[in-house]
Design a protein. Structure first.
Length: 237
């Protein structure tokens, strides 16, 4: 998702930052302290939350949980933060930053659930390491979620989906749920994302996988994805 740079965004951002809905600096200080902000709430992350229909919808349905969205483009991160502010959601915060650095923002065991929705496919083979389901990212997530941590993945892109499921298996994750047509399956789907609505309106089936980190994970060699230059892919239309 690439939006044209909006001239007003630089002026609008301070409002959501001051309201505590958007963090774009100093995330390292939050590491190990998220429970102080969200006492007693299970922490759920969405990486690449886009305009935030999913994360704000989930936060409304699940007040017992806290939802943190990570979005690398600040122009886009503004929208879910603004929505959370306007609807008075106290269990959402958006981080404007690249998830490759999330180990600096969360301590091991702080996060239990991770959502990857319609992640950028990075279709060329040489771009595979940029995919958020590449084993390098799985290694990073495993450090934070540990055994028992759950990853939910939805995408319209069958090639990305097949690649991802192979990566989950190779990494030692247990596949708990899998569908090539989520909307015609018995799996629950509480909130649709913006991309999900768009693709399903076009008749594209939605692929879905729930994978769980196990004690067997982390045996394959992985590298930190930090050295991958943050980049914005071309918009998928
Ligand atoms: C295709 S959009 C999907 C947005 C939303 N999840 C949906 O389903 O409607 C992917 C989003 O992920 C963000 N993104 C890609 N790589 C990221 C990364 N490493 N860290 C944080 N956000 C990322 C992009 O900026 C983009 O907004």
């Amino acid at each position: 998702m690439r939006l044209r740079k909006k001239p007003w965004i630089e002026k609008a951002l301070p409002e959501v930052i001051a309201a505590g809905m958007l963090i774009n600096d100093g995330m390292e200080c939050c590491r190990g302290h998220w429970q102080e902000r969200f006492p007693g709430k299970e922490l759920c992350l969405e990486i690449g939350c886009g305009k935030g229909g999913f994360i704000t919808g989930m936060a409304q349905i699940h007040p017992e949980k806290a939802f943190i969205g990570i979005e690398t483009q600040s122009d886009i991160a503004y929208y879910p933060a603004k929505k959370a502010m306007e609807t008075g959601l106290g269990n959402v915060v958006i981080i404007s930053g690249n998830a490759a650095f999330m180990e600096d923002w969360f301590a091991p065991g702080e996060v239990r659930t991770l959502y990857l929705n319609f992640s950028d496919p990075w279709p060329k083979a040489k771009q595979a390491k940029r995919r958020l389901t590449h084993r390098n990212f799985l290694g990073l997530y495993y450090k934070l979620l540990g055994p028992g941590g759950r990853l939910f993945f939805k995408t319209d892109n069958r090639k990305l989906f097949d690649f991802s499921v192979e990566e989950f298996r190779a990494f030692g994750m247990e596949i708990r749920g899998l569908s090539y047509d989520l909307h015609n399956s018995s799996y629950p789907n509480e909130v649709q994302t913006e991309y999900e609505k768009k693709f399903s309106a076009l008749g594209t089936p939605i692929n879905y996988c729930e994978a769980v980190f196990t004690a067997d994970c982390g045996k394959v060699e992985t590298r930190s994805p930090k050295n991958i230059r943050p980049a914005v892919p071309a918009e998928r239309e």
